[in-house]
Design a protein around this ligand. Structure first.
Ligand code: NAP
Length: 314
């Protein structure tokens, strides 16, 4: 039998620990993205006739609406622009043969909108709520230099944090009565990694993450499935990304993946390449400390410079 020195034994133990950690992570990924979605398929229609999606006339929200309609749910669309609401509702009714209801609401407005939404949905059995609406900066910027500072930040807090809280408050009681329901809250990967120059946006999404965690703990045992989805880049108006790539999928591809994870995981990026990307950034950050922050800051400053140049030209 080979004899190992104390140092060699330490090295072998260290290596075994690393290999064990890698193995556990690979198994977690395989369970989350391959085994879980086939084992834990959620029948959204059985949770309640209607699904309500906020910010549902574009991007990720519109794709959630279509995906839930494809699974047989009637759809309530809530957004600001009446034209887009009508067009999206017509498209969904025609393509998926389900009923739709539209509610015009601006989540950066005050209290009144929740009274209005409450009245509109009072008699509807809502089985799925997707708190998707969210706004970010128009370009990455230092906290004190955000354009139209007070208004921008107030809108962001109301749209990203208050909406999730108040919509959950409106719809959860009905779900609890029926002892079933699904709540999906759309956060952002920016709250999981260093996010300089997106400070307030990332902080609002950290709220969504923490809020979801608590709601999941409180109501999971009462039959409510709760999930926080924290995407990386997705092609949309908000991201400004038009062409899809491995790390920036179309909203359709993203939602197809994310919705398949409902019932398997309550906290997810929703999309395997995003999980890999965010893990890589956090590993660099953990290993190199300030260097990781410097890298992210430099990349955000580049985006800021480009955006400012574009805005100056316009
Ligand atoms: N795209 C990404 O790369 C990315 C990454 C991470 C997280 N996210 C999150 O994903 C969610 C959706 O983002 P997205 O990229 O799909 O956005 P998007 O393409 O800009 O779509 C936003 C939707 O929300 C509606 N909306 C915007 N402001 C509103 C307000 N104040 N009141 C009511 N409705 C409003 C818009 O319609 P109207 O203009 O008609 O109101 C539209 O339907 C957000 O929470 C965002 O933070 C996105």
């Amino acid at each position: 039998m080979a004899q190992f020195s104390a140092l060699e034994k330490l090295g072998i133990t260290f290596l075994a620990a690393i290999l064990f950690t890698i193995l556990i992570n690979v198994l977690k990924f395989v369970y989350t993205y391959v085994v879980g979605p086939t084992m834990n398929k959620v029948d959204f229609k059985s949770k309640g006739k209607w699904a309500l999606i906020t910010g549902s006339t574009d991007g990720i929200g519109k794709e959630y609406a279509k995906e839930l309609a494809a699974r047989g749910c009637d759809i309530i669309l809530v957004s600001r622009s009446m034209d887009k609401l009508k067009t999206t509702a017509e498209e969904i009714e025609k393509d998926f043969k389900v009923s739709t209801k539209i509610i015009q609401a601006n989540f950066s407005d005050g209290e009144d909108i929740y009274d209005k939404i409450g009245r509109e949905i009072a008699d509807l059995e809502i089985g799925t709520l997707v708190n998707n609406v969210g706004v970010s900066y128009i370009y990455p910027e230092y906290f004190l230099d955000i354009p139209d500072w007070k208004q921008t930040l107030e809108n962001m807090l109301k749209t990203n944090c208050v909406s999730v809280t108040r919509m959950t408050g409106l719809i959860l009681p009905g779900m609890l009565k029926r002892e079933k329901g699904v709540i999906i809250n759309v956060g952002s990967g920016s709250s999981m990694i260093p996010s300089p120059l997106l400070t307030v946006y990332a902080a609002t999404k950290a709220y969504v993450d923490k809020f979801t965690e608590g709601i999941e703990m409180e109501y999971n045992k009462k039959g409510i499935i709760v999930q926080c989805v924290m995407p990386g880049f997705v092609c949309s108006n908000m991201s400004g990304i038009r062409r899809s790539s491995f790390f920036a999928p179309t909203a359709k591809a993203f939602v197809k993946s994310a919705i398949s994870l409902v019932g398997t995981t309550s906290r997810t990026t929703g999309y395997l390449p995003h999980a890999l990307f965010l893990n890589a950034i956090n590993t660099i950050h953990a290993l190199t400390g300030r260097f990781g922050v410097w890298l992210v800051t430099r990349s955000m400053e580049n985006s800021r410079r480009k955006a400012l140049k574009k805005y100056k030209k316009q």
